[in-house]
Each structure stands twice: as structure tokens, then as C-alpha cells.
Design a protein around this ligand. Structure first.
Ligand code: GDP
Ligand code: GDP
Length: 452
């Protein structure tokens, strides 16, 4: 990746739009007028080309605003499908911009019409499944405006004829861009969001209802009516460590209906439902008993759903010195695939260490929502892949060109490579990624995009 990333400062698209600010990527062949359009969108408050020393104008994010709505607009370099070297990197940048965007503005030069390159770009845009707004630029006059209808052939819906240079049609375009953006998050009175949602799961008899009872008893204030939230009647609000938490899908636990009808099938359905509704799961294991296959299945459900995870070894009051030594070995062996899970040793019966739960939940949720800047990510990745390149396979070693964090909750990373990577090498990268950036308590997803 070195030769590509060295001369290119990779955009921090993710960091330029913290929280809910939506991202609009402007994509198209070179010279169709992308920068001119970006200038138009940002109202020429910032010069795109000249005034940013040392920064090439490809893939630069700018803050923009229209009708009171803020968004980030990303100017990408010209997209060319078969480009090599630097141009290939720019094309890849455009693809990343598309992946991280909420809406893509695809610019075509109406004086030229749709070219093969435009058609290839359309394929790439289709793969992204992002909303695309087709712009027929350089429609400087009424007759050129008419030409725009020919661009229906691209299959991207109605072409928007504009003149980025003169401003013609740009207001309507901005209205349509705004309409395509995701709805702004609702403003909740009295706080940014409701309580964090927790799934309390584990095989029958590990102590779920005992723990819920214990937590509910320690609840100081009754928290039925937390302002601005609607709590499902099957959920329980519990106060821990000065914060209200929403334990989801706990009706069954309270009523203890599980025991009698508790076939494993229904237990696992209940687990799936609760995990799906939650942000973080507490998986209860019985510390006095051997970690079973059913325990493993619950853990797998949480990891595969991509939720943050805290493992609570319950019934710690029953653990003696011998069991403890044995348990350590068991943990090494049985939980090897999730070394990142946060573990707490508790007793729902005595209340031992139950106060450790809230801090553990917070830590894993922080990891779950953690973002690594593209700059820091690639700096680290360059060093790592230079020190330990991918092993040679059939005379060739695939290289990792660069990476971006495509999302959070859970953190998702995309690696752009010259070819498929060995599963072992991918695991190595994940392990090192965790060593460097943490992510304790959260699953992370790595996907590989080999360059065609
Ligand atoms: P990019 O490479 O896609 O970013 O294209 P630029 O924004 O740099 O524009 C390429 C050329 O097209 C420049 O000479 C612009 O002045 C010109 N251009 C951009 N938009 C328009 C337009 O609406 N009408 C006309 N006539 N020229 C335009
Ligand atoms: P659930 O099926 O997961 O909801 O488990 P329960 O809460 O019904 O607990 C099953 C059994 O384990 C009950 O007899 C509890 O009293 C017991 N139990 C739960 N937590 C603890 C604990 O921390 N220590 C001990 N010794 N027993 C516990």
C-alpha cells in the first residue's frame, strides 16, 4: 500500500461528519465540472482549488448548508474504471467516497453526453446501492437543457440539467439533494437519546431472573417514566451507577415462564429477539459449571448480531479455589475466539460485584461506537503491512492498499487490496487492529475489497 498512500493524504470523510451530518459525494469523470459544482454548493465560501495549500482537490470534504440543513459535500477526483497508479488511487478514493456517502451526485457533461466511462461508473454506483442524483452539467442554455433527456439512458432516473458555472438549475438540484438525504434525527426533549438497551441472555438457570431482581431491588428511584422515551411493556428500566438502562424483552424473565416451557428452541428465539433489540448483551454464564455448547451458542448469537458484549460469570459465590484454577483454563480454551469480551465475576444471590456491570457495559458500548480516523488507520496499516506483508501465494502476494472505517455499532472496516487475503492474515490484521485501537468489548467486522 505504501506507494499509493504515501503521496496521497487519504480523506477523513468519516471524521469530517461526526454524528448525524449527512454526506454527499460528488462523482464523475474528470472535467465534467465537479469542482465547479462543489463551489456552487458551498457558495464559494471556500475556494476548492487554490486556497488549500498542499491539499489536492480530489476527495476533499467541505461543510455545506442549504435551507438550514447542514451536510458535508465531498469532492472526489475523476473516476476512471481502468486507471493505473495515482489515477487508480483517485478512482478508489471516489469509490470510498461513494461507500461512505448518504447520497451520491453523479455528474455528466451534457455537451459530451454519456460515455463508456460514465456507463462503467453507473455500474459501480449500482453496486453501492446508494441513492444517486444524476446531474447533466454544462446545460448553459435552453437547448443544452433539452439535451439532458438523452441521459435517461443511463438508467439513473431523471437527469437534472444545471450549469454549475452560471448557477442555472442549482437551487432545484439542492432541493432534490436535500430530499434524498436521510431524515434528520428527531430532537428528543431533555437529552440526546433514551436509555442504553441491554439484553440479558444466557441458557436457562444461569441466573438471569435472579440478576434482574437483584438489579431492580437496588433501583433507588422508580424509573417508569423517563422523559422522552417510550418503554415497551416487555422491557425493564433499571438504574445502575447513576444511569437508567433499558433491559429489553425481560417480561419472560420476570414471570419465570421459561422454566416450564423452556425448550432450547424457544430459549434461543428469545435470545435472538432480545439481542436484536439491544445495543449490548450481558451473557450470563454459570461459573460453577462447565461452559457448555448452549452457552457457546448464545455467545455466537451476540457476536453474529454485531452487538457489544459483556460476559458475566454468575454464581461466583459457589466458586472455590479449585474451581477457579480450572475455570481459568476453561476460559482460555472455550473463549479463545472472543478474547476481547469484557468479563465480570458476579453473584446475583449475594450481590457481589454487581456494581461492576455498568462500567463494563459503558466500556463495551464506547468501543462499539468508536471511530478511528482514516489518517490514523492508514498510518498504522502501512507500518503493519510493511513490517509483515501478506505471505506469497502462487508467486504473488496480495497487498493492502488502504482501509477505511465504513461504520460503527459495530465498527466495520473495509480493506482495499490487490487480491483476496488469507483468512489467517485477516485475523492477524484484526488482532493488531485491536492491539492498536482497543475495541474491547465489541465485535469488529473486516471486509476485503480486492481491486479488479
Ligand atoms: P472536474 O474535473 O469534474 O472537477 O471539473 P471542473 O470543475 O474543474 O471543470 C472543468 C471545466 O469545465 C472547467 O474549465 C470549468 O470552468 C468548466 N465548467 C464547469 N461547469 C461548467 C458549466 O456549467 N458550463 C460550462 N460551460 N463550463 C463548465
Ligand atoms: P434463569 O433461568 O437464568 O432466569 O435463572 P434463575 O434466576 O431462575 O436462577 C436459577 C437458579 O440459580 C435459582 O435457583 C437461583 O436461586 C440460582 N442462582 C441465581 N444466581 C445465583 C448466584 O449468584 N449464586 C447462587 N448460589 N445461586 C444463584
Amino acid at each position: 500500500m505504501s506507494e499509493l498512500s504515501a503521496g496521497l493524504d487519504i480523506p477523513d470523510i468519516s471524521d469530517s461528519s461526526p454524528g448525524p451530518v449527512p454526506v454527499v459525494a460528488v462523482v464523475g469523470r474528470p472535467n465534467v465540472g465537479k469542482s465547479t459544482l462543489v463551489n456552487r454548493i458551498i457558495g464559494r465560501r471556500q475556494a476548492v482549488v487554490e486556497d488549500v495549500p498542499g491539499v489536492t482537490r480530489d476527495r476533499v470534504p467541505y461543510d455545506a448548508q442549504w435551507n438550514g440543513r447542514h451536510f458535508t459535500v465531498v469532492d472526489t477526483g475523476g473516476w476512471e474504471p481502468d486507471a493505473r497508479d495515482r489515477a487508480a488511487a483517485i478512482a478508489a478514493q471516489a469509490e470510498i467516497a461513494v461507500q461512505t456517502a448518504d447520497v451520491v451526485v453523479f455528474v455528466v457533461d451534457v455537451t459530451v453526453g454519456a460515455t463508456d466511462v460514465d456507463e462503467a461508473a453507473v455500474k459501480m454506483l449500482r453496486r453501492s446501492h446508494k441513492p444517486v442524483i444524476l446531474v447533466a452539467n454544462k446545460a448553459d442554455n435552453a437547448s443544452l437543457e433539452m439535451e439532458a433527456v438523452s441521459l435517461w439512458s443511463l438508467g439513473l432516473g431523471e437527469p437534472h440539467p444545471i450549469s454549475a458555472l452560471h448557477g442555472r438549475g442549482s437551487g432545484d438540484l439542492l432541493d432534490d439533494i436535500l430530499a434524498a438525504l436521510p431524515d434528520p434525527p428527531p430532537i428528543v426533549e431533555g437529552g440526546p437519546r433514551g436509555p442504553r438497551r441491554v439484553a440479558l441472555v444466557g441458557r436457562p438457570n444461569v441466573g438471569k431472573s435472579s440478576l434482574l431482581n437483584k438489579l431492580s431491588k437496588e433501583e433507588r428511584a422508580v424509573v417508569d417514566s423517563v422523559a422522552g422515551t417510550t418503554v415497551d411493556p416487555v422491557d425493564s428500566l433499571v438504574e445502575m451507577d447513576g444511569e437508567v438502562w433499558q433491559f429489553v424483552d425481560t417480561a419472560g424473565l420476570r414471570k419465570r415462564v421459561n422454566q416450564a416451557s423452556g425448550t432450547e428452541y424457544y430459549a434461543s428465539l428469545r435470545t435472538a429477539g432480545a439481542v436484536e433489540a439491544a445495543e449490548v448483551a450481558v451473557v450470563l454464564l454459570d461459573a460453577a459449571e462447565v461452559i457448555s455448547e448452549q452457552d457457546q451458542r448464545v455467545l455466537t448469537q451476540v457476536v453474529e448480531a454485531g452487538r457489544a458484549l459483556v460476559i458475566a460469570f454468575n454464581k461466583w459465590d459457589l466458586v472455590d479455589a479449585d474451581r477457579r484454577i480450572y475455570l481459568d483454563k476453561e476460559i482460555d480454551r472455550e473463549l479463545k475466539r472472543i478474547p476481547w469480551a469484557i468479563r465480570v465475576n458476579i453473584s446475583a444471590k449475594t450481590g457481589r460485584a454487581v456494581d461492576k456491570l455498568a462500567p463494563a457495559l459503558r466500556r463495551s458500548l464506547d468501543s462499539w461506537e468508536q471511530r478511528v480516523s482514516t489518517g490514523a488507520l492508514n498510518q498504522w496499516l502501512t507500518a503493519l503491512t510493511q513490517a509483515t506483508p501478506h505471505p506469497v501465494r502462487g508467486g504473488r502476494a496480495p497487498r493492502v492498499l488502504f482501509a477505511t472505517q465504513a461504520g460503527v455499532a459495530p465498527p466495520r472496516f473495509v480493506l482495499f487490496t490487490t487480491g483476496p487475503l488469507d483468512a489467517g492474515y485477516l485475523r492477524f490484521i484484526e488482532r493488531k487492529l485491536r492491539e492498536e485501537f482497543g475495541f474491547e468489548g465489541s465485535p469488529i467486522e473486516l471486509s476485503v475489497k480486492p481491486r479488479k
